[in-house]
Write a protein that binds this ligand. Structure first.
Ligand code: GLY
Length: 319
């Protein structure tokens, strides 16, 4: 069995720790949780956990999910405010409640009942960015309704597509994905995010939705998404890719089919979707609706994770 870890481009430090854990006999499930925790704790990653880009009101709301490929058990939290490490809370939802997904106040209540300490997830840099962009708009005091501001971020004068076209670095769509195959042949997947920057309060993306941004089944494979979550929610992207594998497609064919589903939704620059996937025999791939994106992978005989190109519908593989 080739122990393997696959992640989105921003998962390097987590991937290395996950690989070390699995080399020492640790499970894929423990590995993906550990990997997410490392990225969640990193204030330099503005799309995940502590230091994530706030919502329109200047609050950081976190989403995460975890799935165990042995049993299809899954846990998730959404719109979690005031507590860190959503991936561990997601795992506790999976293991200690009869539910799959807890959102908002319910997730925060669970965190408190489990003894997790409240922790402001905003860094000074994130607060400053929010203040520069939104404080004078008085969104929270109703002078500029959040609804109008949110619409403007997505489609109006502040929209992501135009900002990307003007050359602005868009770091408001990030998320971290980890897919792992351990020495026992088990798969696990984990996804964590602070969601789209400047989102409407309470907005939930694909990351905590099992089937949309995360899916894992020992028999067929695992898949997870980064990018504009609304696309993966509408196309049920992670589950679709794994279902295409179940139906007998190769990994490349399954990825292409998932991309065609997204293509129908008008995915584009600033409104894109990326997928990583891993099969039970260790084959891995990355897919993207916009060319030029990469992902990371490491197998047990490799010293460190390396970047590989994601395939898009324009790649030679699919012609
Ligand atoms: N992909 C993360 C999100 O849309 O929230």
């Amino acid at each position: 069995m080739t122990i393997t870890i696959v992640s989105s481009e921003n998962g390097r430090s987590g991937a290395m720790a996950a690989m070390q854990l699995m080399r020492e006999g640790g499970s894929a499930l423990d590995a993906v949780e550990l990997a997410c925790r490392i990225v969640e704790a990193d204030p330099a990653d503005h799309s995940v956990g502590y230091g994530g880009i706030p919502n329109l009101l200047g609050e950081v709301e976190l989403d995460a999910s975890i799935m165990d490929g042995r049993t299809l058990a899954a846990g998730a939290v959404a719109a979690l405010h005031g507590y860190g490490h959503p991936i561990t809370l997601a795992r506790r939802v999976m293991e200690e409640t009869p539910h799959v997904l807890l959102a908002g106040r319910g997730a925060e209540r669970l965190a408190a009942e489990l003894g997790q300490r409240e922790a402001d997830q905003r860094t000074d840099a994130a607060i400053q960015r929010w203040e520069e962009r939104f404080a004078q708009r008085n969104v929270d005091r109703g002078a500029m309704p959040a609804l109008r501001t949110a619409a403007s971020v997505m489609t109006g004068p502040l929209n992501l597509r135009d900002r990307a076209a003007w050359g602005e670095r868009i770091d408001t769509l990030g998320t971290v994905n980890f897919l792992a195959l351990d020495g026992q042949g088990n798969l696990a997947s984990a996804v964590s995010t602070s969601g789209i920057g400047w989102k409407y309060p309470g907005r939930v993306g694909d990351s905590p939705l099992i089937g949309a941004g995360n899916y894992c089944d020992n028999r067929y494979g695992a898949a997870a998404c980064t990018g504009m979550g609304e696309l993966a929610v509408r196309a049920a992207t992670a589950r679709s890719l794994v279902l295409y594998l179940k139906l007998g497609m190769s990994l490349a064919q399954a990825g292409a089919e998932a991309l065609r589903d997204l293509d129908f939704l008008d995915a584009r620059e600033g409104h894109y979707m990326n997928i990583v996937a891993l099969t039970p025999d260790g084959e891995h791939a990355g897919f993207t609706t916009i060319p030029g994106k990469q992902y990371l992978y490491q197998q047990s005989d490799m010293k460190e994770p390396i970047l590989a190109d994601r395939q898009s519908l324009t790649s030679d593989t699919f012609r």
